[in-house]
Design a protein around this ligand. Structure first.
Ligand code: S3P
Length: 184
């Protein structure tokens, strides 16, 4: 079996609620890789939450933070990256991530996405939305072309985190490569 390059990052993209962070963390643990969530990285650097950045500085300021962060994070090697759902709207972000490794797009129905994010951390794009499921559908339509450019498409509906992580690992043929040290 061909083993993929250990230096290649594993990058998860998809709408909010598609499971990028939970699945990414699980893949990283299974493979002994470092895990970076771009939203958490931005929050650490900015000293405030994504919701606070949207509220006080606006979406375009958030997108600038996001772009700067993705440029930096893409320079790591052999890590697992969970991106914010809108990160790949910027073609340059997509290119940086693509050059750093494999891109995996995660999918679920708007109803499932909404169920997964309800009662969790605030998603600014859904704040004050009367019909969040319809809004998720709209965002999905706006972004589907970008998500379709991923190397692999993975349906997460009715599957658990562990099962999806294993599916992605076997897709990438990385199941039996030796764990590497923390990339820094
Ligand atoms: C966004 C998704 C969020 C976060 C920000 C914008 C989006 O991340 O980056 O609220 O544009 O879809 P999650 O996908 O982790 O919820």
């Amino acid at each position: 079996m061909e083993i993929i390059d250990e230096a290649r990052n594993i990058v998860l993209i998809g709408l909010m609620g598609s499971g990028k962070s939970a699945i990414g963390r699980t893949i990283a643990k299974k493979l002994g890789r470092r895990f970076i969530d771009t939203d958490r990285y931005i929050e650490r650097k900015a000293g405030k939450t994504v919701a606070e950045i949207f509220q006080t500085d606006g979406e375009s300021a958030f997108r600038n933070f996001e772009k700067e962060s993705i440029k930096k994070i893409s320079q790591y090697v052999g890590i697992v990256i969970a991106t914010g759902g809108g990160a790949i709207k910027d073609p340059e972000n997509f290119r940086f991530l693509k050059e750093s490794g494999w891109i995996i797009a995660l999918y679920a129905s708007p109803e499932t996405l909404y169920k997964r994010i309800s009662g969790k951390r605030i998603r600014p794009l859904l704040l004050n939305e009367k019909n969040p499921i319809k809004k998720l559908e709209e965002i999905s339509n706006e972004r589907k072309q970008m998500y379709a450019m991923a190397d692999f498409q993975v349906d997460t509906e009715d599957k658990d985190i562990n099962q999806i992580a294993d599916e992605i690992i076997s897709l990438l043929n990385v199941s039996n490569f030796s764990p590497i040290q923390d990339a820094g």
